[in-house]
Design a protein around this ligand. Structure first.
Ligand SMILES: [Zn+2]
Length: 253
C-alpha cells in the first residue's frame, strides 16, 4: 500500500490496486472562519495550503470515504471538485442523504462487512470526545482495510482512545494505524481527537504496528503540535513506531 498524507485528515490510500481518498477538505488556506470558542480566533481555516493541486489529489480516485461531515473532513471545495458520479462511502444514512443532496449519485453507507472490488472495508466505531461534548460532536467512524495481498490498515478517524479502539486492535491486529492526533479542543469539553497520551495508549495496544499521526496543525483548534508529539514519543521510547508526516509526505508498506 501507499499512503499519502495530504493535510488534516485528508489521506490518499492506494490499496490492492485501488485509490481511496479519505476525508477530503480541499479548500485553499484561510477559506473558512475559525471554529468558534476555541484557540486561534485570529486565524482562518485551513491554516495551511494544500501541498499539491486539487487536480492531482483527485486524479484517478476510485472511491471516497467520508468518516463524518465536519468541515475539516468534507468541505465545499471537495463537493465542487469531485465528479458527481464518483463512488462515496459515508458512515450512516443521515450523512449519505446530505452527500446525495450535494449532487452525488453513487453514495453508499459503509457497513461492518462492506467489500469494495475485493477489498474488505470494515466500519469501526469512534468517539469524537469524552462526556458531555460527545452529543455536540456527533457520530463518527473509522475504517479497517483488509486484502490478502496487503497489510491490514486501520484508519481510526476522529476518535479519542477508548475501549472500542482497543477492540479494533484486538479483533483485526492492524499493522498500519492512522490516528487523528492534533488533540483539537474547544475552550471547554476536553479532547475531541487523540492527544499524546491517546497515541501512547495506541502504541501500548499495538506495539508492533506503525502509527501514523495526522490531523495536526491544520485547523485552528489544534493543541498538540508535531514537534511536541515527536518529543513525547522520544521520551517514552516509542518514536521508532510513530510517524508524524508533513503535509504531502507519503509512505509505502
Ligand atoms: Zn476533524
Amino acid at each position: 500500500m501507499n499512503l499519502q498524507h495530504i493535510r488534516n485528515a485528508t489521506l490518499l490510500v492506494e490499496y490492492a490496486g485501488k485509490k481511496f481518498l479519505i476525508d477530503p477538505m480541499l479548500a485553499e488556506k484561510g477559506a473558512y472562519p475559525p471554529f468558534p470558542n476555541s484557540p486561534r480566533q485570529d486565524q482562518n481555516n485551513p491554516l495551511v495550503n494544500l501541498p499539491t493541486s486539487i487536480d492531482h489529489i483527485i486524479q484517478d480516485i476510485d472511491v471516497v470515504i467520508v468518516t463524518h461531515l465536519h468541515l475539516d473532513h468534507w468541505d465545499d471545495a471537495a463537493k465542487e471538485s469531485l465528479p458527481k458520479e464518483i463512488k462515496i462511502f459515508s458512515q450512516n444514512e443521515e450523512d449519505a442523504i446530505e452527500i446525495r443532496n450535494a449532487g452525488f449519485k453513487n453514495v453508499d453507507v459503509l457497513q461492518e462487512d462492506t467489500v469494495f472490488e475485493g477489498i474488505q472495508l470494515i466500519k469501526t466505531k469512534g468517539e469524537h470526545g469524552r462526556g458531555e461534548i460527545l452529543k455536540a460532536a456527533g457520530l463518527v467512524c473509522g475504517i479497517v482495510f483488509k486484502h490478502v495481498t496487503e497489510k491490514t490498515l486501520y484508519v481510526a478517524g476522529d476518535t479519542v482512545w477508548y475501549d472500542a479502539v482497543q477492540e479494533v486492535i484486538d479483533t483485526h491486529d492492524p499493522e498500519i494505524i492512522v490516528v487523528n492526533a492534533g488533540d483539537n479542543q474547544f475552550d471547554e469539553g476536553g479532547s475531541l481527537v487523540m492527544g499524546k497520551d491517546d497515541v501512547y495508549h495506541m502504541y501500548k495496544a499495538a506495539p508492533n504496528a506503525k502509527i501514523i499521526a495526522v490531523h495536526m496543525e491544520a485547523v485552528n483548534h489544534w493543541t498538540l503540535s508535531r514537534d511536541e508529539l515527536k518529543n513525547f514519543a522520544n521520551e517514552k521510547e516509542f518514536s521508532s513506531t510513530v510517524l508524524v508526516p508533513d503535509d504531502g509526505e507519503s509512505y509505502s508498506f
